[in-house]
Design a binder for this molecule. Structure first.
Ligand code: GN1
Ligand code: MG
Length: 365
């Protein structure tokens, strides 16, 4: 703890650290909320980046700066309609003027502004909440729709490339095998039955049907902050995965996260389902801003994106379970297996509603 307070002090030129506590439920980085006395802003976020995942942290910081500068420039002359506030976390500088601190143990620390009077939830409460989450992602994409993706670095090569995750899964199976159990057998058969589906978005990109744009990379429900008084979306946080990609990854990820009322951490995996009314609400919020830049072909791949991102996250969790929990933090040895089963059940539920989800998308476009 003393060490953490020491690190936090580097990012507080004035003021005294009053409190420091773990914050959020990130699966990759370590996040803390710091309270300071005598500074202009009473709270800030302190994070230790996971260097096994983010191997070039300086590029992550670079993308963060480009995106927040761009959004700042867009919002200054033209705030959102209806007088809504919307902001992204800002990078805070250390006493030596740098945007991070490397401690003697080699950990990479950085600080971000805290979005005040706002909160996040791990699951969607109701269709109004779903609408706001979609609205936040639409706002984010809209504000970046005039930023050429080439300005952003590829901080995570292979991120969201489903064929690559499948190849990695095959390697892990080949190397380590899988200890059979009914759940593991279900997972193995589940993945096998969807091999041909895995490259759907990457094939479309290779054929020029979908084009890269700036993407958030991780727009799950608890990365959208809502104003505590009005419930309106006021920020998208967790910008480490921002890089050039397909907006379809974001749309699919946002929907797989938001339309699963039990949430991705439920132990009740057999009960998981994809809720179409939440999907309608979320897409309505999203499209109110995204209609401006989505093309005909973009719409044609929306259903596949929803199905693929649920499958892909299941595949990533399942692979990590088989590999011995080396990527996602796990609270117990079966944690990543259960997380995988949740996403597989969600994928099945999406597949069983293919026709009606297609109709919702057609309705809204
Ligand atoms: C990871 O660390 P966190 O919770 O922000 C992961 C995402 C997954 C998510 C699932 C860099 O995000 O891709 O969708 O877990 N981030 C990375 O909860 O792999
Ligand atoms: Mg994240």
């Amino acid at each position: 703890m003393d060490h953490l307070v020491g690190v936090a002090k580097h990012f507080t030129p004035q003021g005294q650290v009053l409190d420091l506590r773990e914050y959020g439920h990130g699966n990759v980085n370590d996040t803390f909320l710091v309270t300071v006395k005598g500074a202009a802003e009473p709270h800030f976020i302190l994070q230790r980046l996971n260097l096994h995942v983010f191997r070039r942290p300086e590029l992550v910081m670079g993308n963060l700066r480009i995106v927040s500068d761009h959004v700042g420039r867009r919002l200054a002359p033209a705030p959102l309609s209806g007088g809504r506030r919307f902001e992204l976390p800002r990078v805070l500088y250390a006493r030596d003027g740098r945007d991070h601190l490397t401690d003697p143990g080699g950990s990479f620390w950085r600080a971000l502004s805290f979005i005040d009077a706002a909160e996040t939830f791990d699951t969607i409460k109701d269709p109004g909440h779903a609408h706001e989450v979609g609205y936040a992602l639409g706002t984010f994409h809209n504000l970046l729709s005039d930023l050429a993706p080439e300005h952003l670095s590829d901080t995570l090569p292979g991120f969201h490339l489903t064929p690559g995750y499948l190849a990695h899964y095959d390697e892990v199976l080949e190397r380590q095998g899988a200890r059979p159990s009914p759940e593991v057998n279900y997972g193995l058969a589940f993945v096998d039955a969807r091999r041909d589906f895995a490259p759907i978005l990457e094939d479309a990109r290779a054929r020029g049907k979908l084009r890269p744009r700036p993407m958030h990379g991780d727009p799950k429900v608890n990365n959208v902050m809502l104003d505590t008084a009005t419930g309106q979306a006021v920020s998208m946080v967790d910008l480490d995965t921002v890089k050039p990609g397909l907006v379809h990854y974001d749309i699919g990820d946002c929907l797989r996260s938001g339309c699963n009322p039990l949430g991705e951490e439920t132990g009740d995996w057999e009960m998981v389902r994809f809720e179409p009314e939440l999907c309608r609400a979320m897409l309505t919020g999203y499209l109110s801003l995204a209609r401006d830049f989505l093309t005909e072909t973009d719409y044609a791949y929306l259903y596949d994106a929803i199905r693929l991102l649920a499958f892909e996250l299941g595949l990533r969790f399942f692979t990590d379970y088989l590999a011995g929990n080396v990527y996602f933090k796990a609270r117990h040895p079966e944690h990543n297996l259960v997380r995988a089963l949740v996403q597989f059940k969600l994928t099945e539920s999406i597949e069983s509603q293919a026709t009606s989800l297609g109709a919702i998308i057609r309705d809204l476009r």
